[in-house]
Design a protein around this ligand. Sequence first.
Ligand code: MLC
Ligand code: AMP
Length: 498
Amino acid sequence: MSILLTRRAEQYGERTAIIAPEGSFTYRQLLDASGKVASFLLDGPIDLQQRPVAFLAPPGFHYVALQWGIWRAGGIAVPLSVFHPRPELEYVLDDTTPAAVVAHPDFVNRLDPLAGERNIRFALSTEALRHAEGPLPSVAQSQRAMILYTSGTTGKPKGVVTTHENIAAQMTSLVEAWGWTGDDRILEVLPLHHVHGIVNVIACALWVGAVCEIFPAFDARKVWDRIAQGGLTLFMAVPTIYVKLIDAWEKASPAERERMSLGCRRMRLMVSGSAALPVPTLERWKEISGHVLLERYGMTEIGMCLSNLLHGKRFPGSVGTPLPGVEVRLTDETGVPAGPGTPAEIVVRGKTVFLEYWKRPEETKKAFRDGWFLTGDLAVQENGIYRIFGRSSVDIIKTGGYKVSALEIEEILLTHPHIKECAVVGIPDPVWGERVVAGLVMREGASLDLDALRAWAKERLAPYKVPRDAFEFQELPRNAMGKVSKPDLKKIIEGRQG
Ligand code: MLC
Ligand code: AMP
């Protein structure tokens, strides 16, 4: 049995699937390429038997061929991030202990040594794509398909495991809600180690036989040029991307602006998610593009959950109603449903919800109550419309759509020889939503050098986790229990920034 996504691709044959830096590729070419990758990975055994395979490729055709190849060989796809420094890549390799690591030639120097030190089979994507195609195993929908790393409230990131069935449920829910068809054409500009780019954009497009144009990275000018050319029907991004696009539009000449805006008006849908969309951004985008951005809410563990309507009124500042196939409730800490207008935790149930945290049975157990996944996000519901109210933990920060853990950053900062104590908080920011900022108590004789600290941190943490600012304290504000009071720290930092 083949997985549903590739089975559907058989029907689309000679239609264009992907337009990427490497060229333009049909569904048939994607199937052939992923078949080669799968046969290469198997190389003897008849099935990878749900062993993880880590891969690192820039957004493009190789990325998708590797992902599908791993799936077709019966493996679990573990996308590594092109932005991650050595320690973050090592963490994922050590946590997943993959059967193989496959890298695009651009990343050979980054990954080959890491695989070698761990005795993991290493291969280049180009090598895998040249292999002869052989027989492939039967892959059940219930098998594990993907591990995505997500930051939580407990220090190091956790691997979120989804099955083929979970991913299929996530795709079909969005395809139905947002009216995806084979006539769609979407531009992908998001990073491909998170669900927004992987599932909402690429997988949904390939599920329906649409065209997915993949940019290697986000670049506001290039995105506008492509939109202005016309022909796109869909665009999906995080609020920070819309803020950056607004900024680029404002810097353009009147003639350019007209072409840019016209390109947007020809699209059928523009979506925002992964972080709260500020109402002024929604309003400015409407003036520029003619679109009321469709805001939706989701999470790595559950895919997409709540969404404004494709047809019908969209409510600024709200995330709409439950998506098809997703059961949503707001409950207090004992599981009792909250009444309309009362802020409570969003809990979710359904086939879209992940299977487990990789090798963390205790944490998996704690994440559910009576079969409902506890998101840690707070919302209020009135007349069936949900509004996100915040998060139950101050230790989770959302910056430019990335979720980062204050505790993980603190753990690294505390290994700096000049830092005695630290506390990391998210400070509201008009571009990034929240900005990562550190309060530091330096060791005697040491003083804070922000540039040096950032350079040091970049060798250890993904760039978006590195504090943008840091403030020196004689002592950090503490509560009566002696614990650092992050709400007080935030207030002091905001005050110091004026
Ligand atoms: C880049 N930088 C960031 C950052 N992104 N800093 C903080 N937060 C971020 N998100 C750093 C760069 O390393 C650089 O550092 C500096 O900011 C300027 O970079 P830039 O070139 O201006 O940024 P850019 O490359 O344009 O990136 C911005 C962005 C990117 C918005 C395109 O952050 C992005 O792709 N975000 C999307 C994340 C995402 O897909 N999240 C979905 C998670 S799934 P320096 O030091 O070099 O100056 C999920 C579920 C759901 O949330 O509901 O979807
Ligand atoms: P991640 O763990 O990276 O998948 O991020 C998921 C988190 O992003 C959720 O738990 C929310 O906190 C946040 N999020 C996603 N969409 C929205 C939205 N539309 N509004 C507010 N927060 C959001």
